[in-house]
Design a protein around this ligand. Structure first.
Ligand SMILES: [Cu+2]
Length: 328
């Protein structure tokens, strides 16, 4: 949308009347569905059912009044499988007309996505149904994901949206938070459920709120372990505990450069870059102040700091008072 994925985050206030012009620059028809909106049926954007598909080159108008508040999505309802797999999706945040209670200081929006990009190619393959190889926050994999920079004691909202084929249980460290809203609207405060992991099923948004009262660098990631890694072959043999002594030399006489790996686990993958076809990524990557972080995919760092004056990346946490686990 507008040359980017996710598309631009649209923001408006409950009660606003909005008019959205959609010009189809695709080589095939499309529509835009306003996911979770209470609106007139003819504005719902389901091609063939509630409107004509928008032909290539034409502009259609959607116009409706926002009768609700919450974090919603927009996406095509015309050749959905291909168009969503190619990245057509975006947030539409409707703010409450009376403000948030309690007031919120920082609000992040993160789209959870999965892709299959054949190594050496650059076009996502929409025909893949289960075995994806790239898992992204706002179309980026760790360590290219943005850090979530927050001032100490701020009240933070993180809205998570999912139009992929799998659920994504998003886990955050060092804090307890609450599920405060979905694409079905706000959850009354009396019903807030304490959480450290928010599961985000396909076709939903889930909004997490917490008070950032514990300074540090806190991991923030999908808890499906294969989703917090980059491209890997899922059909390799399991070599954990297998004595590979002498095997490397024998195989190397047939396959130059062969390395036997995996006997003790996969950590060694995070310390070497084995190279690969163009446009591929190491399976585990990113380096912190204490060594390789051995993650990828849906992973970023929530950086909570006292005394910062901007939201630029403040670098690694310096542990001024706190202990750090170390050799005894
Ligand atoms: Cu996931």
């Amino acid at each position: 949308y507008n040359g980017q994925t996710p598309g631009p985050t649209l923001e408006a206030v409950e009660g606003d009347r909005v008019r959205i012009l959609v010009t189809n620059h695709l080589p095939e028809p499309t529509t835009v569905h306003w996911h979770g909106f209470i609106l007139p049926n003819g504005m719902d954007g389901v091609g063939g059912l509630t409107q004509k598909h928008i032909p290539p080159g034409e502009t259609y108008a959607y116009e409706f009044t926002l009768k609700q508040h919450g974090v919603q999505m927009y996406h095509p309802h015309s050749d959905e499988m291909v168009q969503m797999a190619m990245g057509m999706q975006g947030f539409f945040v409707i703010h409450p007309k009376d403000g948030y209670k309690p007031a919120v200081d920082r609000h992040f929006c993160i789209f959870l996505q999965e892709w299959f990009v054949e190594p050496g190619t650059s076009t996502p393959n929409p025909n893949i149904m289960t075995d994806f190889n790239l898992f992204t926050f706002n179309s980026r994999v760790w360590p290219g994901t943005d850090p979530l920079v927050v001032k100490l004691n701020q009240r933070v909202r993180i809205s998570l949206a999912n139009l992929s084929m799998d659920s994504h249980p998003i886990h955050f460290h060092g804090h307890h938070g609450w599920l405060v809203g979905t694409d079905g609207g706000p959850v009354p405060q009396s019903a807030w459920v304490p959480q450290t992991t928010i599961n985000v099923p396909p076709g939903t948004t889930q909004t997490l709120e917490f008070v950032a009262d514990n300074p540090g660098d806190w991991a923030f990631h999908c808890h499906k372990n294969h989703h917090a890694m980059n491209v890997m072959n899922h059909e390799i043999a399991n070599l954990i505990g297998v004595n590979q002594e002498g095997v490397s030399e024998k195989v190397r006489s047939l396959v130059p450069g062969y390395m036997a790996m995996g006997q003790a686990g996969m950590h060694e993958m995070s310390e070497m870059n084995m190279g690969g076809p163009k446009n591929t990524l190491p399976m585990m990557t990113g380096t912190g102040q204490f060594g390789p972080i051995s993650m990828g995919g849906m992973f970023t760092v929530l950086k909570i700091r006292d005394g910062i004056t901007s939201y630029e990346d403040p670098g690694w946490y310096k542990h001024p008072d706190g202990p750090v686990a170390s050799k005894v």
